[in-house]
Design a protein around this ligand. Sequence first.
Ligand code: PGA
Length: 251
Amino acid sequence: MRKKLLLGNWKMNKTISETKEFAKSIDTLVELAKEKDIDIGVAPVYLSLQTLKELVPETFIVSAQNCHFKDSGAYTGEISIPMLKEIGIDWCIIGHSERRTYDNETSEKCNLKIVKLLENNFVPVYCVGETLEQFENNKTMDVVKDQIEKGFLNISKEDASKIVVAYEPVWSIGTGKNASKEIAENVCAFIRSLLVDLYDKETAEKVRILYGGSVKPNNIKEYMKMDDIDGALVGGASLSVESYKELIQNI
Ligand code: PGA
């Protein structure tokens, strides 16, 4: 049985003091999550990672939103995995569509990062998903297949089962146009079938697959009923304590 996961992606939001303000309510959130038997956490900006990590209990996941695949070197503006590790971070989102769009993040580059993260005992949260144009041209499965195959390249069976995959159709992110539960389930089930092909059924059954894209307190429940959706990656609705709390309550 895969444990449900709620991960907030704060993107480029919240200063350190705003993060501290949110952290004042984390005990309540953790308590609620415990009752529901789900994993919860957020991915703040790099600057706030250490502050947040120091303020929350061990069970609350604090994830980075990106990392570089090299340990150190001449990569201006980048942050490496050992740097994150030193401050106790061991989760990292990879390949978010905003990074794919604005920062030319390719699936090949994501793969280099995923390999390195796994070597360092991190949990990578690998994001995949199609654009509106691809969706309208019935290319969703082709795009997702390519992203999954490239992202999981050179990753052993044991390591593959530690990866969290997030299916986030680009057309649903921050648009208020969430994918229907049927569309989301269809793609998440397809992702699991790809993992069966790449590895085996046992491995595929262990991988947690999240849906993301305009998930709100009033629609999270419908996704959670689906067989292959194991949680949600939530942007906007994870920013306020009130709405985060409602997301947990409605899972
Ligand atoms: P959203 O963002 O919930 O604001 O649509 C989701 C994401 O980008 O992970």
